[in-house]
Design a binder for this molecule. Structure first.
Ligand code: KG4
Ligand code: ZN
Length: 335
């Protein structure tokens, strides 16, 4: 059978990324131009700045991805592109570029849901992984517990009722002046802290599958404010470790509970927070106790990249789910 080559474009937030994949799961190139340094001084992503930077970057990123994969545009079988969820202006840069390429090259255009992309990063790393399984999607914008019934077929079991998990990490880090994005910094500092130092609340919400991080966030912020008011020393490492432990505890236990109750023996982690070392450790430990296999992508495929979009796009493509030139950006696209 002839190989299928996917060209994938991702620009939903602050990474301009282009990847080339062979048969959906083999990466030929995966170029990521991150704007983190640019947004750092604002403490978060500034949408207008992100869009402008995507426009500046995208041609060079595309060129590099083609060169690294050692292919030309003519070798491509289809184009996959993120069309939501994300920042409208940022999405439009990648989408317009992908549409222009699809039109001029006369190749099929496949719109990809960014969240589905995060889940698909697992297929690239775990060549034998196929649905059905449970996935815990934890990113800066999303926290979902989902049954993956088939490629492109999902049933949401639970979601966050307020902040996304990554958002909570970022906000607590910001309150301590640690910088952006906060997740990796908290992860690193927590390694030197005591996770039992502060008893932060865990929201199990009547034991259902939904999540809530606003109580934990407020509790951590109140703790920091109280310490400042009293002029007491804040042991940043302990706050990081205790906060992280509370977040990871709920995420891990709920995912294990879902797998057990729904009869699955695989949980795949997805999204930026899936790179968290404490989450990986805790859920793997619980998985062992419950005979549930825990999978996660390598760090580079956890945070935003185009390879994961290419993988999801490949399955859309071979299953006939393609789009036409009327495809528009959908900033609040749901899985
Ligand atoms: O998936 P992602 O790159 O972008 C979205 O689609 O949202 O996720 C970014 C989020 C940020 O909130 C970042 O702080 C968090 O993932 N993150 C982490 C870690 N690495 C990234 N959170 C906790 N621990 C980490 N090691
Ligand atoms: Zn993402």
């Amino acid at each position: 059978m002839k190989d299928i080559i996917t060209l994938a474009v991702e620009s939903s937030c602050d990474e301009t990324a282009v990847a080339v994949l062979k048969n959906g799961r083999e990466i030929l190139s995966n170029v990521i131009n991150t704007q983190i340094e640019l947004h750092k001084k604002f403490g978060g992503v500034v949408p207008e700045v992100a869009s402008r930077k995507h426009i500046e970057n995208i041609d060079a990123v595309l060129e590099e991805a083609l060169t690294e994969a050692n292919i030309t545009l003519n070798d491509i079988d289809h184009i996959a592109v993120t069309y939501g969820p994300g920042l409208a202006g940022a999405l439009l840069v990648g989408l317009s570029h992908a549409k222009a390429l699809a039109f001029t090259l006369n190749k099929p255009l496949v719109g990809v849901n960014h969240i589905e992309g995060h889940v698909s990063a697992n297929y690239i790393e775990h060549k034998d992984l196929k649905p059905p399984f449970i996935t815990l999607i934890v990113s800066g914008g999303h926290t979902h517990l989902v049954e993956v019934k088939d490629y492109g077929e999902y049933e949401i079991l639970g979601r966050t009722r307020d902040d996304a998990s990554g958002e909570a990490f970022d906000k607590i880090a910001r309150a301590m002046g640690l910088g952006y994005p906060g997740g990796p910094i908290i992860d690193r500092l927590a390694k030197q802290g005591n996770k039992n130092a502060i008893d932060f609340p865990r929201a199990f919400l009547d034991d259902g599958y939904d999540f809530s991080f606003s109580g934990l966030k407020s509790s951590a912020l109140n703790y920091l404010n109280a310490k400042k008011m009293k002029n007491e020393e804040i042991v940043v490492e302990d706050v990081c470790a205790s906060f992280q432990e509370a977040a990871v505890d709920v995420l891990s236990k709920k995912a294990i509970k879902a797998a057990k109750e729904k009869g699955y023996d695989i949980i795949a982690l997805a999204g930026g927070v899936a790179s968290n070392s404490a989450l990986r450790e805790k859920i793997t430990e619980l998985g062992k106790e419950n005979n549930i296999d825990i999978k996660y992508p390598p760090l580079i495929l956890c945070t935003d990249n185009a390879a994961m979009i290419g993988c999801a796009g490949y399955y859309n493509f071979i299953n006939g789910r393609i789009h036409d030139m009327s495809l528009n950006a959908v900033p609040n696209l749901k899985i």
